[in-house]
Design a protein around this ligand. Structure first.
Ligand code: B4P
Length: 194
């Protein structure tokens, strides 16, 4: 089993790149953003709680997110591996993920961090906001999301770096060029299936 964390600030292209990676390498995709938006759209109690945070550009509490992940990993026991997209976003989430994977006799093998300048992140997300209908894609909320990233999420990269698992990738090239660079790193662990 091969487990990859796609790391980066809001709008760095984690979701975009995950789509290419999961088909090329036959991995299962776990996006906490997508899982939370699904809960919101179905008006579940979890979704109603999560929406309060998401609409303000804040991270959803750790216990809510960690609970969702555990079930998702169990859904596909025969998976070739997982892409964790947008998770972990805090140190407690990283610790919880390590414990969950250890319990399943596996681990995080590689963390690929997409580096994109802040002005480009804002440009991309404001542009997406014109079509996505996402309530967190307004300039005011995007600025708060980037602040949350620096305060709570960036330390997660230091944690993986200390464990020798972190690689940085330039994320403001084209989608295709960025995918090629990501693939070079993944190919050291896993061969493409397509
Ligand atoms: P997420 O849904 O995870 O996502 P994101 O930060 O918006 O962006 P991503 O990096 O995936 O960018 P994308 O590919 O879409 O989070 C949303 C919210 O959910 C968070 O703020 C938080 O409240 C909550 N949440 C999620 N996970 C959580 C967790 N673990 N703990 C707590 N709370 C959590 O790309 C963005 C845009 O750029 C797209 O329009 C794309 O087309 C464009 N783009 C991508 N790559 C490009 C490129 N190379 N060139 C030009 N444009 C590009």
């Amino acid at each position: 089993m091969f487990n990859l964390v796609l790391f980066g600030p809001p709008g760095s292209g984690k979701g975009t790149q995950s789509e290419n990676i999961l088909t090329t390498y036959d991995l299962q995709h776990i996006s906490t953003g997508d899982l939370l938006r699904d809960e919101v759209s179905r008006h579940t109690p979890l979704g109603t709680e999560a929406k309060k945070y998401m609409d303000q550009g804040m991270l959803v509490p750790d216990e809510v997110v960690i609970g969702m992940i555990s079930g998702k990993i169990d859904d596909t026991p025969d998976a070739r591996g997982f892409i964790f997209d947008g998770f972990p976003r805090t140190r407690p989430q990283a610790d919880a993920l390590d414990k969950l994977l250890e319990f399943k006799n596996t681990k995080i093998h590689l963390v690929l961090a997409l580096d994109v300048p802040e002005h480009e992140l804002i440009k991309r997300l404001v542009h997406r906001g014109t079509t996505s209908g996402r309530s967190d894609d307004t300039e005011e909320v995007i600025t708060k999301r980037i602040k949350e990233y620096h305060a709570k999420t960036k330390p997660v990269a230091d944690y993986y770096n200390e464990h020798g698992k972190l690689e940085h990738v330039i994320g403001d090239h084209t989608i295709e060029e960025t995918f090629k660079t990501l693939s070079k790193h993944i190919n050291k662990y896993l061969l493409p299936v397509t």
